[in-house]
Design a protein around this ligand. Structure first.
Ligand SMILES: C[S@@+](CC[C@H](N)C(=O)[O-])C[C@H]1O[C@@H](n2cnc3c(N)ncnc32)[C@H](O)[C@@H]1O
Length: 496
């Protein structure tokens, strides 16, 4: 267990903390290089994939937290910009302090008092330096004006996965709305701060902050709201910052998972999973999850990759951006879905063109019925798709017909022996039955269990076997067999 260090910064009303650091080297912005720990939230189930990406792109080992959906890794601040280029992370923060086994006091009052005392004992200096550096690195995206309420609300399949017993609360505003509005006018937003960061000292402005407490575990005597309120009050007093829930410059994170406590400062204003999509649909998949699925099938140069149920095109678009030596075909039988995919591709290309980057993407879009694809037999290398779960999209009943039909058609177009499929579904029972009735055309290699909008789903990596399509009796009688099995309650053994 780590313990609070006595190197807390001097409080002050007009600074974010003194500019001390441990090294004489400088980073790209001329500041000293500091070593810190970065925390990242990632799609649950894909923690190892994220750790692999960190190793590959930043060259350091990441630690996977007990708290599923989080990884931690060390960096020096000259690598900070690379952290923002990671594709498998949703939100980033810099760790102020972490405790593996925090001994919470018995009573609520004692625990909250201790949390208040903690605020002034934490080693804030380096992390606040990183926050400042991060602010100058960030693209001018604009401040989160209007706060969370103004954000595009994704559908449930795309929304943040929160453990059933987890609570998430923000520090309630200390001052009245009228006072806050007055303060908003007198305090420049983050974008303005970025613009004048080279000019007059932006540190001279009053810093606005909020505390967000993410708590999971049932043995706590306090709520996350109480923890955020009391810890936040102490932070406010220590730094003389101003609390503001919506128009804040700094977001302090208090992550509590059973006995693990991590205090951090957020480095992202909004989850990086929204990066590609401008036209959302009812079941848009997070780009970070799409990236994890794509990595599972390891796209190779000149592979033909199909998403036959593309919805808004989140998977093939991520593929065309990140694994761009393959070619992607995105199809759907719904006109609105196809239009959204086209719009998302066009919007992304325009954004690129506006920045002067090459705008072409290796992707095409088509309206089709997956059960009868206009594609030659054995011509596709990888099929990667997010199937209707039968909750928001389609129905469980229809899946008993749809799954065998589409698995068979996918097996027809996919190359025997080398072809692969990565399929996401929450309708695990129907999926497993359908696979087992495919006459050996598909073999399950691996399953990653993920949380999609609070639903426990499987990402199945399948290999197309050498079996010749159309030669097994199961191919012929597949649909009938599946319909007959609907009443069968016995679950298949999952291979993972
Ligand atoms: C879960 S959604 C895919 C969401 C997508 N991954 C995204 O990020 O937006 C499933 C999609 O399958 C499509 N679909 C259902 N049956 C189909 C069929 N027979 N042929 C083609 N598409 C189909 C639906 O229209 C829907 O867009």
């Amino acid at each position: 267990m780590s313990s609070p260090r006595d190197e807390a910064v001097e409080p002050g009303s007009d600074t974010v903390g003194p500019s001390t650091s441990s090294s004489s080297q400088s980073d790209a912005t001329g500041g000293s290089i500091i070593s810190v720990t970065i925390g990242a939230t990632v799609p649950t189930g894909f923690e190892h994939t994220a750790a692999e990406e960190v190793k590959e792109k930043i060259g350091v080992d990441a630690r996977i937290s007990k708290d599923r959906g989080r990884i931690y890794f060390p960096i020096t601040t000259d690598k900070l910009y690379q952290v923002h280029l990671l594709r498998s992370v949703d939100n980033l923060f810099v760790v102020v302090e972490e405790y593996d086994h925090y001994q919470f006091k018995e009573s609520k009052e004692e625990t909250l008092t201790e949390l208040q005392q903690l605020a002034s004992k934490l080693p804030w200096t380096d992390t606040l330096e990183v926050w400042k550096l991060n602010r100058t690195l960030k693209k001018k995206k604009g401040h989160r004006k209007g706060g969370n309420a103004a954000k595009v609300k994704p559908n449930s399949d795309a929304s943040d996965a929160v453990a059933a017993d987890a609570e998430q609360h923000e520090l309630p505003q200390v001052s009245s709305t009228a006072e806050d509005q007055t303060t908003v006018e007198s305090v420049p937003d983050l974008e303005t701060c970025e613009q004048d960061s080279q000019e007059a000292a932006p540190e001279a402005k009053v810093i606005k902050f909020r505390v967000t407490c993410n708590r999971a575990g049932d043995k706590h005597s306090f709520s996350s709201n109480e923890a955020a309120r009391d810890f936040g009050g102490a932070v406010q007093e220590f730094f003389q910052w101003k609390a503001d829930m919506t128009k804040f410059d700094i977001e302090v994170l208090l992550n509590i998972h059973n006995e693990e406590v991590v205090i951090g400062i957020a480095l992202t204003e909004e989850s990086l999973h929204r990066r590609n999509i401008s036209h959302f649909g009812p079941t848009t998949l997070r780009s970070t999850l799409c990236y994890g699925m794509l990595r599972l099938c390891k796209p190779q140069e000149s592979d033909i990759i199909l998403d036959p149920m593309c919805g808004t095109g989140a998977i093939p678009l991520e593929g065309a951006i990140e694994f761009n030596s393959s070619f992607y075909i995105a199809g759907d039988n719904n006109d609105m879905a196809v239009n959204r995919t086209v719009n998302n591709i066009c919007h992304f290309q325009k954004r690129r063109a506006d920045k002067g980057s090459p705008s072409g993407l290796p992707i095409d879009t088509v309206r089709w019925d997956l059960c009868s694809l206009p594609i030659r037999t054995s011509s596709v290398d990888i099929i990667i798709t997010d199937m209707p779960f039968g909750k928001r999209m389609g129905s469980k009943k229809k899946n008993w017909d749809l799954y065998p039909s589409c698995l068979r058609e996918m097996a027809r177009v996919c190359r025997p022996s080398s072809g692969k499929a990565v399929l996401l579904t929450q309708d695990k029972k129907c999926f497993s039955k359908a696979i087992s009735r495919m006459g050996g055309l598909w073999r399950k290699l691996h399953t990653v269990w993920v949380n999609v909008g609070g639903l426990h789903a499987g990402v199945y990596l399948l290999k197309r076997t050498a079996a010749v399509f159309g030669q097994t009796p199961e191919d012929v009688h597949e649909s009938r067999g599946m319909v007959e099995m609907q009443g069968d309650k016995k679950d298949d053994q999952e291979v993972s």
